[in-house]
Write a protein that binds this ligand. Structure first.
Ligand SMILES: NC(=O)c1ccc[n+]([C@@H]2O[C@H](COP(=O)([O-])OP(=O)(O)OC[C@H]3O[C@@H](n4cnc5c(N)ncnc54)[C@H](O)[C@@H]3O)[C@@H](O)[C@H]2O)c1
Length: 416
C-alpha cells in the first residue's frame, strides 16, 4: 500500500495516479474540510479530469484516512506532498514538511523498512542537510528502517492529470539498492524512463526547470517592451515567427544545445547583436536588464572557470587547451571563450600552455598572437601536459577521451 500525505494539487493527483494504476492508496490531509470533501467525492479545487478519476477509485483503490497511523502498518511507501511556501526573501518554510514527517515517524516501528518519498519542492541540499538529520535526530537511520527519497514533481495545474499519468521522465534522488528496486517497480506502470540520481541533483532539476521557464517569460516580456519602445513592430507576429525557428523542433530539439552550460558564447553574431540591441534599447530609454545581465554573465563565467582551475593546479603544471574556435565545426575564433581563458591563465602565471584545435590553430595564432605552443594533434598536446582544459567540444576530443586518462581534466563544455 502507498500513503500520500497532503492532498492538494500534487498529492491528490499522485494518490489518484497510483490508484488508477492498480495500487491501493490511502490519502491523508489534515485540513478537515478538504479531507471531507474528497471523502464525499468532491475535488476541493478545480482541476480538469480529476473528479471522474476520484469517483472511479474512491473506496476501491483510494481510501481517505484521518491520520497516517491508521494505515501505517500496511504501508511501505509514503509520498509527502505538503506545501513548502517561501517568505518574501525566498527562505523556505519547511514546517509543514517536518510536521508531516513527524506524523510518519511516530508510526514507524524499529523493525520497519519504510520508504519516504518527498515530492514537495525543496531547495537543493535540503534532504541531505535538513531532512535526513531531522529523522536521525529522532533515532532513525536513513537506509536502515527508513529510506529517504526525493522525487521532484513536474505536473502543471490545469493539466495535472495528463502530466502525472504520462510523465516525460521520472527522476528519483536516492541512495541505496532497496529503495531503487521498489521505486522501479512502483513507477513501472507509467512507461517512462526512471532516472536515479543523487538527492541534491533530483532537487536541483526542479529548480532548473522552473527558473528556466520563468526566465523565458521575463525574457519575452523584456523583448516585447524593447519592441514597443522601438515602435512599428508587430510583437505578436514577431514572436510567432520566432517560434518557427527549426531549432525548437526535433527530438531532442536543437535548442537543448543552447540550454546547456559552458564557458560562454562567442562568435561573430551573438555578442555583437546583443550589444547592439542593448545600445538601441538604451537609446529608446529602456534599460534592458536581462540582456545586460546576459552579457555580464558571459564575462563572469570565464572568471568562474579560471578561479576553479587555478584553485586546483599549480603554475608549474603543463596545460593542454583543446578547442580554440568559438564552437566545433568552424575555424572562426572571433570572441572565442578560449582566448579569454588562455589570456587569464597567462595573467595568473600559467605559461606552460600547449593549444590544439582540429581547424582553428592558424586563425587563432594570427588573430591573437599569444606566446603559445601549438600541437598538430590532440594526442601530442595531451601527452605533453598534466592538465587538460576543453574549451570547445569537437567530436574528435570526445572520440579520443581515452587519451585523457590520468590527466587532470577541466571540461568547460560538460561533454565528456
Ligand atoms: N501546484 C503545482 O503545480 C506543483 C507542481 C509541482 C510541485 N509542487 C510542489 O508540491 C508541493 C505541494 O504543492 P500543492 O500545490 O499540491 O500544495 P497544496 O497547498 O495544494 O496542497 C498541500 C496540502 O497538504 C496539506 N497538508 C499540509 N500539512 C499537512 C500535514 N502535516 N498532514 C497532512 N496534510 C497536510 C494541506 O492541507 C494541503 O491540502 C509544494 O512543495 C509545491 O511547491 C506544486
Amino acid at each position: 500500500m502507498i500513503a500520500v500525505i497532503g492532498l492538494g494539487y500534487v498529492g491528490l493527483t499522485t494518490a489518484l495516479g497510483f490508484s488508477e494504476k492498480g495500487f491501493k492508496v490511502c490519502g491523508i490531509d489534515n485540513n478537515k474540510e478538504k479531507s471531507d470533501s474528497i471523502s464525499s467525492g468532491r475535488i476541493p479545487f478545480f482541476e480538469e479530469n480529476l473528479s471522474g478519476i476520484l469517483n472511479k477509485n474512491l473506496g476501491k483503490n483510494f481510501f481517505i484516512k484521518k491520520s497516517f497511523s491508521e494505515c501505517a502498518a500496511d504501508t511501505e511507501i509514503i509520498f509527502l506532498c505538503v506545501e513548502t511556501p517561501a517568505d518574501r526573501d525566498g527562505a523556505p518554510d519547511l514546517t509543514y514538511l517536518e510536521a508531516a514527517l513527524e506524523s510518519v515517524l511516530q508510526a514507524v516501528k524499529p523493525q520497519d523498512n519504510k520508504i519516504i518519498v518527498i515530492k514537495s519542492t525543496v531547495p537543493p541540499s535540503t534532504t541531505v542537510k535538513k531532512i535526513i538529520p531531522f529523522i536521525e535526530k529522532r533515532g532513525f537511520k536513513n537506509g536502515k528502517n527508513i529510506h529517504i527519497v526525493y522525487n521532484p514533481e513536474f505536473l502543471r495545474e490545469g493539466t495535472a492529470w495528463e502530466d502525472f499519468i504520462n510523465p516525460d521522465r521520472i527522476i528519483i534522488g536516492v541512495d541505496g539498492k532497496y529503495p531503487k528496486r521498489i521505486l522501479n517497480e512502483v513507477f513501472e506502470p507509467f512507461n517512462a524512463e526512471v532516472y536515479f540520481v543523487s538527492l541534491n541533483t533530483s532537487e536541483f532539476v526542479k529548480y532548473l526547470s522552473n527558473s528556466f521557464f520563468a526566465a523565458l517569460l521575463s525574457y519575452s516580456n523584456e523583448m516585447s517592451v524593447i519592441a514597443d519602445k522601438i515602435g512599428g513592430i508587430d510583437i505578436k507576429s514577431a514572436f510567432e515567427l520566432f517560434h518557427k525557428d527549426k531549432r525548437w523542433f526535433g527530438t531532442p530539439a536543437a535548442v537543448c544545445g543552447y540550454v546547456y552550460p559552458s564557458c560562454g558564447f562567442g562568435g561573430s553574431c551573438l555578442p555583437k547583436d546583443l550589444n547592439v540591441l542593448i545600445n538601441k534599447s538604451d537609446e529608446c530609454g529602456y534599460n534592458a536588464k536581462i540582456l545586460k545581465n546576459i552579457v555580464e554573465i558571459n564575462r563572469e563565467i570565464k572568471t568562474f572557470w579560471i578561479n576553479k582551475i587555478t584553485r586546483e593546479i599549480t603554475t608549474g603544471q603543463p596545460i593542454a587547451v583543446l578547442g580554440l574556435s568559438f564552437k566545433p565545426g568552424t575555424e572562426d575564433v572571433r570572441e572565442t571563450p578560449a582566448y579569454t581563458i588562455i589570456k587569464m591563465l597567462m595573467e595568473r602565471g600559467y605559461n606552460k600552455i600547449t593549444a590544439y584545435d582540429p581547424k582553428a590553430c592558424k586563425s587563432f595564432d594570427k588573430t591573437y598572437n599569444l606566446p603559445l605552443n601549438y600541437s598538430v594533434s590532440m594526442e601530442d598536446a595531451v601527452s605533453k601536459s598534466e592538465v587538460v582544459i576543453i574549451t570547445s567540444a569537437w567530436q574528435e576530443f570526445l572520440d579520443n577521451k581515452d587519451l585523457l586518462k590520468n590527466k587532470t581534466v577541466f571540461d568547460l563544455r560538460y561533454k565528456l
